[in-house]
Design a binder for this molecule. Sequence first.
Ligand SMILES: [Zn+2]
Length: 103
Amino acid sequence: MSFSRKMRRSKANKSKKLAEKELATKVALFGKLPNKCLTCERPFDKMDKEQVMTWNVVIKQQEEIVRLYCPECWNRALKLVKETKEELLKRKGKKDAILSTKQ
Ligand SMILES: [Zn+2]
């Protein structure tokens, strides 16, 4: 009885420690949060709630890299990604069209 209880407790301790470690990593990374947009260098104010809500943080936990983007740059980047995808799809579509006319 007491043995299984001990086992359970040690397991709980382990996951708690892991959670604490993860939290510590996150806090450390938060400390690395840049104070400006990576792209346009617009200043970022950690105390400004609106900025905190709207700006985008990209965390690469393994490399311990934190990147910060203002909403404009983020939207531009998203748009760019979307356009690139659409362009690729268009090209693919054309290729398919060429292929189908040849047949
Ligand atoms: Zn920006």
